[in-house]
Design a protein around this ligand. Structure first.
Ligand code: ZN
Ligand code: ZN
Length: 159
């Protein structure tokens, strides 16, 4: 997903807005999302600062009850893009931490930045609701639906 920055690199302090609303796939976690991405790009002289937001929702499996639920995600994005300097050897200009992105020429590719921001926002143990009662450790019944037939799960949630 490329944004043309030709107009704003002509002069310090120039900026432009960019919006994308549409499908976005993340292969690492095998999902196809619908994302709403808004960005404001400013030429700082050193590079391009991207400030924006990502709104989407991701289907995740609840760590407690194992049901699939849709998690709304809102991310505030702040990233820096540096122009690649051809005088520096290739292995020295790659960022260690991945917190700076590089670009050549008139376009910056924001796909990686969006992907990384979404991946970083995902909870380690997604929970469908703070009140999720999970499944009964004895019979495996979903305790959100009803107290399970074995009774063990019902007692568990009262503790
Ligand atoms: Zn749950
Ligand atoms: Zn049970």
């Amino acid at each position: 997903m490329k944004i043309n920055i030709n107009e704003i690199t002509k002069q310090l302090g120039l900026s432009r807005d960019f919006e994308y609303y549409g499908p976005f796939s993340i292969r690492e976690i095998d999902v196809d999302l619908l994302v709403d991405f808004k960005a404001h790009l400013t030429h700082t002289g050193k590079g391009i600062i991207l400030e924006g937001t990502i709104d989407t929702s991701i289907d995740l499996e609840c760590a407690r009850c194992l049901e699939i639920f849709s998690l709304p995600v809102h991310i505030d994005v702040f990233e820096e893009f540096m122009e690649k300097d051809r005088n520096i050897p290739t292995d020295e200009k790659e960022p260690d931490s991945g917190d700076v992105y590089y670009y050549y020429g008139d376009d910056i590719d924001v796909k990686d930045a969006i992907r990384q921001n979404i991946l970083a926002s995902l909870p380690m143990n997604p929970i469908c609701s703070e009140d999720c009662r999970g499944i009964c450790p004895q019979c495996g019944g979903n305790l959100n639906l009803e107290p399970c037939s074995c009774g063990a799960g019902f007692n568990l949630k009262e503790e």
